[in-house]
Design a protein around this ligand. Structure first.
Ligand SMILES: Cc1ncc(COP(=O)(O)O)c(C=O)c1O
Length: 394
């Protein structure tokens, strides 16, 4: 069997043609393809505005800047996420505060966040960054209520969940990143994600002021709009009004993004089918737990769509299973080493036992191969090997 990674991109001939066409066009850097990708992505997600940027980390940094994060800001996020979800606060000099996870879902536990907020005077915290971890949507309606009570903003890290949704208390589907409950949401187009541009990211929002701010920050803090300038020396004039960055993405990459986006629903459907097959194979095992099996995501209380960026299982002999699968050419992965265990965050004062549920989750989690081109044969091979390991380990 060829090596089976935990995730991988799917590049078709149409994708290649789209990139080649752009290479032969007048625009290589930010041009019409960036605008087209933004428009189509905003429509797909159901948000008013979208700003395409260099990568998901740049998206988070710009969000933190646009919301005014500085040395006085304290922002709460989950320890079970990629480092960028927290690092964006540090880029702006703010303080990262973690709250533990809900072990049932692996998501930031709203009750833990509430306890933190209640333990301090109002105004102590500035914002919350919940993450749709693995593709499981966060109930942002609940987070919005809590944020409003304490005067906080929300950045939804939806990198794992384009196409996923939760259902709100009125029965309305709320797409991850649609901007109805969070001020800003971000996505990544890293190759293992649903839509791949190589490097790439997107911010979505329904707030016109934040949108304008993000456009400026993305390109050095420069405006070329005469209506917004303090002076105007002529046609060449542009004004740098604040300290921004070059976080632009190129037309080459967004041409690929547009082509990938046209197959997003197909890919999401394939991920559901793969998850269902894993669920079926592992459902009745006592020594393996599925994180958010479909039966939990869609039941009488939930009609949600898990976007299945990752398919996570939990098992006591996780390291042994990881090593065993590698000998079979199956490259499962661990998501994530809790952020408070990273050297950088340890040096800021976080301790191993600060978040025991994140710690317990980490000890047992493993992401199995999950990507639209995983064939039925390859998936059966993965399942067989997991079952064989469990039988041996008994
Ligand atoms: C949850 C999460 N947030 C942020 C990022 C950062 O995205 P990027 O790698 O595009 O900078 C990633 C991706 O790796 C991620 O998984």
């Amino acid at each position: 069997m060829n090596p089976i990674p935990y995730g991988r991109q799917n590049i078709t001939q149409e994708d290649i043609n789209a990139v080649v066409e752009t290479l032969q066009s007048d625009f290589l850097t930010q041009g019409p393809k960036v605008a087209e990708f933004e428009e189509k992505f905003a429509a797909y997600i159901g948000a008013k505005y979208a700003v395409a940027v260099a990568n998901g980390t740049a998206a988070l940094h710009l969000c933190a800047l646009a919301l005014g994060v500085n040395e006085n800001s304290r922002v709460i996020t989950t320890p079970i996420t990629f480092a960028a979800s927290a690092n964006c606060v540090r880029y702006c000099g703010g303080q990262v505060e973690f709250a533990d996870i809900d072990p049932e879902t692996g998501l930031l536990d709203i009750e833990k966040v509430r306890q933190k907020l209640q333990s301090q005077p109002k105004g102590y915290y500035s914002g919350i960054i919940p993450v749709d971890f693995a593709g499981m949507p966060v109930n942002l309606e609940e987070f919005r209520e809590l944020a409003d009570e304490f005067g906080l903003w929300i950045i939804e890290d939806a990198c794992h969940a384009p196409g996923g949704y939760f259902t709100d208390s009125k029965g309305q589907k709320q797409n991850c990143g649609n901007g109805n409950y969070a001020e800003l949401a971000i996505f990544s187009f890293h190759p293992v994600k649903h839509i791949a541009t190589g490097e790439g990211g997107m911010i979505t929002t329904n707030d016109p002021e934040l949108y304008q701010k993000l456009l400026k920050l993305r390109t050095h803090g420069i405006t070329r709009d005469p209506a917004k300038m303090h002076e105007n020396h002529g046609g060449w004039y542009m004004e740098m009004q604040e300290l921004g960055y070059n976080y632009r993405i190129s037309d080459i990459l967004t041409a690929l993004g547009i082509s990938q986006l046209s197959r997003a629903d197909e890919g999401l459907q394939k991920r559901q089918e793969i998850a269902n097959r894993y669920d079926e194979a592992f459902r009745n095992l006592t020594n393996l737990k599925i994180l958010n099996p479909a039966a939990y995501v869609i039941n009488k209380d939930h009609n949600w769509l898990h976007a299945y960026h990752l398919y996570v299982i939990q098992i006591e002999k996780r390291k042994e299973l990881y090593d065993f699968l590698r000998t079979k050419n199956i490259f499962a992965q661990v998501h994530y080493i809790p952020l408070h265990r990273m050297t950088y965050y340890k040096e800021l004062g976080f301790k191993k036992d600060d978040f025991p549920l994140a710690e317990a989750y980490y000890e047992m989690c493993l992401s199995l191969p999950m990507y639209p081109t995983l064939s039925a044969e390859e998936q059966e091979y993965v399942i067989e090997n997991v079952l064989q390991f469990l039988n041996q380990a008994r």
